[in-house]
Design a protein around this ligand. Sequence first.
Ligand SMILES: [Zn+2]
Length: 105
Amino acid sequence: MKVSKKKPVQRVKHVPQRTCVGCREVLPKRTMIRIVRTAEGVRMDPTGKLAGRGAYLHDRRECWERGLKGALAHALKTTIRPDERAMLENFMNTLPQEAIIGETL
Ligand SMILES: [Zn+2]
């Protein structure tokens, strides 16, 4: 009997990985939302192109809650002002409460 040893060729592409400051999971950065500290303050960066110190969060409310408790400010090495926090919480409230089905054990 002949056993084929041929495996499908996997082309490994370099995918930039980022850590979610809420849950510390490392994932491709396109699945994350970038928060950036600019000269004007902390803001969201949907394009991922703003200059400044950035931090990443999942599009999951759980991660934002944890991030807003301190991890985000720590990652950005800044203090989040009340108006910035309100803006971030506003966005957080549009996110799904639950993790994607099957992701939690
Ligand atoms: Zn996360």
